[in-house]
Design a protein. Sequence first.
Length: 375
Amino acid sequence: MEFILKATESNSRARAGVLHTGHGVIETPVFMPVGTAGTVKGIHTRDLKEDIGARIILGNTYHLYLRPGMEIIEAAGGLHKFNRWEGPILTDSGGFQVFSLGDIRKLSEEGVKFQSHIDGSYHQFTPERVMDIQRSIGADIVMAFDECTPGNAEYSYAKKSLELTQRWLHRCFERFDSTLPKYGYEQSLFPIIQGCTYEQLRKVATAHVKTFDADGYAIGGLAVGEPEEVMYEMTEVVTADLPDNKPRYLMGVGTPVNILESIDRGVDMFDCVMPTRNGRNGMLFTSEGIINIRNKKWENNHNPIDRNGKSFVDHYSLAYLRHLIISNEMLGAQIASQHNLAFYLWLVDTAREKIMEGNFKSWKENMVEQLKIRL
RNA sequence: GGGGAGAUACCGAAGCGGUCAAACGGGGCAGACUGUAAAUCUGUUGGCAAUGCCUUCGGAGGUUCGAAUCCUCCUCUCCCCA
């Protein structure tokens, strides 16, 4: 997997690049729609590609392992064949589930024992097992198995947690490097930098992942409860120490503003459930601000959802979308998700354009103010 | 024509002498959501100059210190039998 920087800014750390994968090239900065269970909820892969302009999507090791299970994914010939998405795929390792599943899991040196959220059955994930599963899923980019530390963790816990993540990373690479892809194309393993909100730990974590010759590096454990300013600080601390010639992936982030601020700090890749989940719940992100489409004020507004939007769904009216969402019609969730994803992709595409032109910074400053407006 | 059941807030429905401006659902209104246990969750929902006051439980009277709750009459609805 090769990453080529195309442009950098002089007054910002923002970068534009191209990442080559076995399933095509990814221009960065990029937003990756989240398709946890092998589907970006409510969106056809055709629309992801042609309407939204997605270049790579996510899947989740934990969810796909539990259902439908590896036997079926392998029989299909991997996730790409199973869900008919022909572009690159990245799978998260299940580390975030270890964090979000709360008390139905138990951590040890060996790995994590957890109960299925579907049927309560007991399972164990180890770094080795997670690598094997991701070989079976066949994602182009696979993530290391980590512990995602809560944003408010004490230093002593954050340090212990980071050290566990580091030991697991060795085991991840060991297994990954001793196994082969199952479907005839290259897979890359990205380490995850933890360290919570502690600059010193983040620096240590960054230095540690650099000892592995990875194709890209991820920043994890952010946007998990800490203040936004702290998230930006930690991002800056990490990107300052990462090599220029590898992509940086900020996991799980975030709002449109978070994304622009993080691009400014040198991040290349993002993913977040926000455009789809918040879309299903009636929140629209547009170039003019945020809309809560359930609010009564849109009831009789027959203007298009987003007059600047590039998706075909943007031609539906606000009043119609409100009606669908209020009526709990599934098309409402689909339209809102599709609009939001198209907007996110427009945002990173425009950021890329501005970086290439050399005027990202001023564009970003204006855009950030606009995006905060609640319409 | 005979017998029975019932009428409660936007809708459905509890309550059957005081702790009732009235449970609970739905609907309405608003908020939350960041590597998806989420088509989910939370708040609010008679009025007002509002730590209190006013109007409300089909209508009109009555009993009582006190009534959505008990009594009388009226209006309307539903069910069964002819």
